[in-house]
Design a protein around this ligand. Structure first.
Ligand SMILES: C[S@@+](CC[C@H](N)C(=O)[O-])C[C@H]1O[C@@H](n2cnc3c(N)ncnc32)[C@H](O)[C@@H]1O
Length: 214
């Protein structure tokens, strides 16, 4: 149970999503079978929708895992975007590198190895689409850098912002997750209360927040 929406609703919506085919399906299936935390099905479709609408030329992703969402965004954008994706786990980097090679995308999708915050501090070129999907307890720390790096018309999509419902309901909060939950609430306050930004929070998957400048 996701504790974000009703199970019957989630099952129904997932049932509407056609199965993927080909090599991306293989990557998705393998990741799900092995418990690699890739985007939920409906979040994947949302990402495809957003990137196909926005048609970004440069995408920044926090959290590569095996490269599934990077490839998904690359294919949906239709602009052959340059993607920089950040990952600190050596095993994930190895698997993602091999997956990108299978798609012949090693030259378009660059994995920056290391901690998101450290890499963010070093980046300077603007991005027109930023997908935050790593370090749930640090989105509030990542945000100032993401805003610095966001082009004037750019969009930030942040996944897991409702974190199994805990962000919205104190009753659901597990003790060991208190810090993540508090910091995620801080992130949501930052993006919703800043009058220069407009943010829509969507109770889909594990919760998504879409932010742009007003
Ligand atoms: C949810 S997974 C990313 C899934 C991927 N976006 C997808 O849907 O295909 C998060 C990844 O971020 C990595 N990660 C977590 N915290 C990080 C940090 N502070 N810096 C860099 N990578 C981090 C984890 O190792 C994990 O592989």
């Amino acid at each position: 149970m996701s504790k974000i929406t009703y199970d019957y609703m989630e099952d129904y919506i997932r049932g509407l999503i056609p199965n993927r085919e080909g090599r991306l399906k293989e990557i998705e299936d393998l990741a799900r079978e092995n418990g690699v935390p890739i985007v939920q099905k409906e979040t994947g479709v949302f990402l495809e929708f957003m990137t196909s609408m926005k048609k970004p030329k440069r995408i920044l992703e926090l959290g590569t895992a095996v490269g599934f969402s990077s490839i998904l965004m690359y294919e949906a954008a239709g602009t052959e975007p340059e993607i920089i994706t950040i990952e600190r786990d050596e095993k994930m980097i190895e698997l993602a590198t091999s997956n990108l090679e299978k798609f012949n995308l090693g030259h378009k999708i660059k994995i920056e190895k290391g901690d998101c915050l450290e890499i963010l501090e070093k980046l300077n070129e603007p991005f027109d689409f930023i997908f935050m999907d790593a370090g749930k307890g640090h989105y509030n720390h990542f945000l100032p850098h993401c805003l610095r790096l966001l082009s004037q018309e750019g969009i930030i999509v942040a996944d897991n912002v409702l974190f199994r419902g805990m962000v919205a309901s104190q009753e659901l909060v597990k003790r060991r997750k208190i810090t993540i939950v508090k910091r995620m609430r801080t992130y949501l306050d930052m993006v919703t209360q800043d009058e220069k930004l407009i943010t829509s929070v969507i109770p889909m998957g594990d919760g998504i927040a879409v932010t742009k400048r007003r």
